[in-house]
Design a protein around this ligand. Structure first.
Ligand code: AFP
Length: 339
């Protein structure tokens, strides 16, 4: 093997090259999507750099109090970064962010055809202990060419044209689907570029891990309780599943995508709609999981078929390996028959 040549590989598939390759398959394409995506990627690099400096900044006051001004919280800062990046792309018309109560309608001089829904820094309660956190996003096209309205973002998840996340962890990983499979890229800090490291990700058909906040078990419904019991005490002679729960959706879903198994945030008596938000948590992750060959279910229907009525709506979610989610669907179907 020529190690010298390997150290200086010149055929790297950067995310820019990858998206341009994809675009060239559609001769009618005007490159708008590539431009939009490059702005999202820039936002992720910026947030990655802030997250990496977060502990240090606190310690030595890098971004600390200057002129009596409080250091901006990272989730607020990340939101500003993404809103500015998306508006300045001139390719968006509506933005829905976890951080903003109202949807943002882009002024007409900077307007494009895309609607972006996003959580700029999901899992932010984990920042101070250095656990992986991430940005999640989904992209819709406006329904028609008229004035943008909320109806343009209150579309079922199956209408998304792309979705992805960026995980700020031991490395910075960007996972993307434009509806033709799932690809993962890792940031090479020396180049400042995301490089294709996980081409065509496929989730294992069945997994050995379940991921849930078991502290809520006392309030779960019958099918969820039965499923988790089955994971721990299987009656078919198979080995029990391992429990892994980080409490940061991007990290838990990333592991599920690569290793298989299920991630669940079910409904419970205290939160009948679960905790996670439909537009910028449930839909993008369900889109990716389906594109990788898995399934995503709300307890009632395929997650991507849900039609949200409000921008910050929540839904229970069960997603992961095809066969594992199939078992959960069967338990809910059996429960429905009983009623
Ligand atoms: P934070 O952004 O408040 O940390 O919430 C993270 C999150 O929305 C999602 O990333 C996790 O999967 C989920 O909440 C964890 O919730 P529990 O702490 O209730 O398990």
């Amino acid at each position: 093997m020529d190690h010298a040549a390997d150290a200086y590989r010149t055929d790297l598939m950067t995310i820019t090259r990858f998206v341009l390759n994809e675009q060239s398959k559609y001769p009618e394409s005007r490159g708008d999507f590539s431009i939009l995506l490059s702005h999202i990627v820039l936002g992720c690099k910026f947030v990655c750099s802030c997250v990496n400096k977060a502990g240090l900044a606190k310690l030595i006051g890098l971004a600390g109090e200057t002129n009596g001004e409080e250091q901006k919280k990272l989730d607020v800062l990340s939101n500003e970064v993404f809103v500015k990046a998306l508006v300045s792309s001139s390719r968006t018309c509506i933005l829905v962010s976890e951080e903003d109560e109202e949807a943002i309608f882009v002024e007409s001089s900077k307007r494009g055809r895309y609607c972006v829904v996003f959580d700029p820094l999901d899992g932010s309660s984990n920042i101070d202990c250095g656990v992986s956190i991430g940005t999640i996003f989904g992209i819709y096209l406006m329904k028609d060419g008229g004035e943008p309205t909320l109806a343009d973002v209150l579309q079922p998840g199956r209408n998304m044209i792309a979705a992805g996340y960026c995980m700020y962890g031991s490395s910075c990983t960007f996972v993307l689907s434009t509806g033709t499979g799932v690809n993962g890229f890792t940031l090479d800090p020396s180049l400042g570029e995301f490089i294709l490291t996980h081409p065509d990700i496929k989730i294992p058909k069945k997994g050995k891990i379940y991921s849930v906040n078991e502290g809520n078990a006392k309030n779960w419904d019958g099918p969820t309780a039965k499923y988790v019991e089955k994971c721990k005490f299987p009656k078919d002679g198979s080995s029990p599943k391992s429990l892994r729960y980080i409490g940061s959706m991007v990290a838990d879903v990333h592991r599920t995508l690569l290793y298989g198994g299920v991630f669940l945030y079910p409904a419970d008596k205290k939160s009948p709609n679960g905790k996670l938000r439909v537009l910028y948590e449930v839909f993008p992750m369900s889109f990716l999981i389906e594109q990788a060959g898995g399934q995503s279910f709300t307890g009632k229907e395929r997650a991507l078929d849900l039609v949200p009525k409000k921008i910050h709506e929540r839904s229970p979610i069960f997603l992961g390996s095809y066969d594992d989610v199939e078992e959960i669907i069967a338990l809910y179907a059996a429960e429905e028959k009983k009623e």
